[in-house]
Design a protein around this ligand. Sequence first.
Ligand code: PEP
Length: 256
Amino acid sequence: MSKRKPFVGGNWKMNLHGSEAQALASALNAGFAHAAQVDAAVFPAFPYLASVGAALAAGGHKIKLGAQDGYFQPNGAFTGEVSLSMLKDVGVKVLLTGHSERRHVLHECDELINRKTRAGLDAGLEVILCVGEKLEQREQGQTDAINAGQTALGLAGVKADQMSRVTIAYEPVWAIGTGKNATPADAQAAHVAIRRVLAGLYGDAIAQGVRIQYGGSVKPANAKELFSQPDIDGGLIGGASLKAEDFLGILNAAVK
Ligand code: PEP
């Protein structure tokens, strides 16, 4: 079991329209009884950040409001983008960066991910930086090298005193939305390797404090075993975060 406070995020992606998103936030408020033991956040689509934020506030902010993306420039001619101060304005506390869909579907590179990560931290947000290998990279034995590269490039220029607001999400690309997940032992090994990279960058004391979530087809049925690994500090959840019962089951599985 991890010595850090577990952190479980629900990435709703491009799912759930307004009333569905609000209803899910309200159901999570009603059912989540372990805020003292587990940090929780949900990441709705941009148009519903304010309404979901209001629903979470009505439940006493036990669950934090997160954004799936945000641009690093403060304002200006960036059609379609949303600034971090705009996100903060509507109550966002946590920013996702480097999600595999942004890397591999929207073609974000490590440099852009790094700029967003640094800007999120400079804006005072918590940041969850996602890393993870593709299937062919795993098959070629490159898992740790890919994670190390994405972690170091994503964190370039991040100051040691900002690391308490950084979470890493290890999300093997082949496990996201596929129903396949890394075995607890494989995930634990990847997390240990990522923590070693953090120790190389920031020293052991800081590395030991950073939470590393696992993501990739986490369900209520497999969450407990994954979260019981010593270096798995909660999870980043996609599909199973869209149903209150499933996400609550996963949140409960993170209680030590
Ligand atoms: C994710 O979107 O980060 C994710 C892990 O998705 P899923 O849980 O559906 O695999």
